[in-house]
Ligand binder design. Sequence first.
Ligand code: B16
Ligand code: MG
Length: 219
Amino acid sequence: MNMGRTGFIFDLDGVIVDTAKYHYLAWKKLADELGISFTEEDNENFKGVSRNRCLEILLEMGDLTVSQAQFSAWLAEKNEDYLAYIAGMDETEILPDVPRALEHLRGRNVPIALGSASKNAAPILEKVQLLPYFDTLVDGNSVTKAKPDPEVFLIAAEKLGVAPEDCVVFEDAVAGIEAANNAGMTSIGIGDADILDKADYNFKDFTEIDTEFLDDLLR
Ligand code: B16
Ligand code: MG
């Protein structure tokens, strides 16, 4: 363990790329098939939430109880549609100034991890060509407990060889900020400060995060 060394953990959707719009389209398609009303506002509640839990919420919205086999089939259908929507993603979909921050941190030689609920994180990072910046990926395939449980970030800290209290997490979801706080890490909310009011720091996006702020986190 490198005590005192700062580790940086990035969430994926809403922090690095805006895949929420593709998740919305895929959930909306399934909801329409099932006759369940699903709006972009409803999609807000799906941010940072596991695929499995999202389908449970959707079925609760439609008052539907289904067999395990049907549940799995719909889960697979949603993901196939989602994969079709993200097939054409490229680096133009990276959110503003994220590469600048990653480049700066790389230059400082600090360990960087991904901490995402998505099971599609690796192919997405590959598509937008940011994979080389990450020392390790912890995603929906490696966790058993969803955010706000701190598991995803604690595994990331362990893999980086950094103490949890020396880790900084960038997150756009309320559950993600809670997970970071539960892990004893410094939490940085990306998005609406009123919604992410439990974060230690708040920024609208990475254009507001200057290199001085990043360097201060290293001290
Ligand atoms: P998948 P994050 C999350 O990503 C999304 O915000 C959430 O909407 C999605 O349901 C979840 O990933 C699972 O994604 O279906 O690709 O496994 O924000 O934790 O990076
Ligand atoms: Mg997110």
